[in-house]
Design a protein. Structure first.
Length: 120
């Protein structure tokens, strides 16, 4: 029996639940506030003391702003190597520091890639 087809869409709520519950963040890292626009719906994502908080609506201030769709964001969470291509092709738009975005999406790794610099 063939596997079921992949879903054609992914809800913003689903991908935000994954981000909140499955990405491990360093409690000692500086806080991040992200304005996240998923298909025209704006969310505030805050990472502070290793905890991720998500709420609907605009943040008062943001360190970074990210615009994409839920399916692309889910792909970025599943495949960190796809971030550069998504930025280059325009399926992801970032205003702010790329390193802060990588910290938000991928948290802490045992050994972050050496090419991660704040000048990217």
């Amino acid at each position: 029996m063939p596997p079921p087809p992949e879903p054609t869409s992914l809800s913003a709520t689903s991908v935000l639940i994954f981000l909140r519950g499955h990405v491990r963040h360093d409690p000692a890292a500086p806080p991040i506030v992200c304005r996240l626009d998923l298909d025209g719906s704006v969310w505030t994502v805050c990472v502070d003391s290793g905890q991720v908080q998500v709420r609907s609506g605009e943040p008062a201030t943001a360190d970074i702003s990210l615009r994409t769709d839920p399916k692309t964001l889910g792909g970025l969470l599943a495949d960190p190597a796809s971030l550069d291509a998504a930025l280059a092709e325009g399926s992801v738009a970032l205003v702010g520091d790329l390193l802060a975005l990588k910290r938000l999406l991928y948290g802490v790794a045992d050994s972050p890639p050496r090419h991660w610099t704040s000048q990217e």
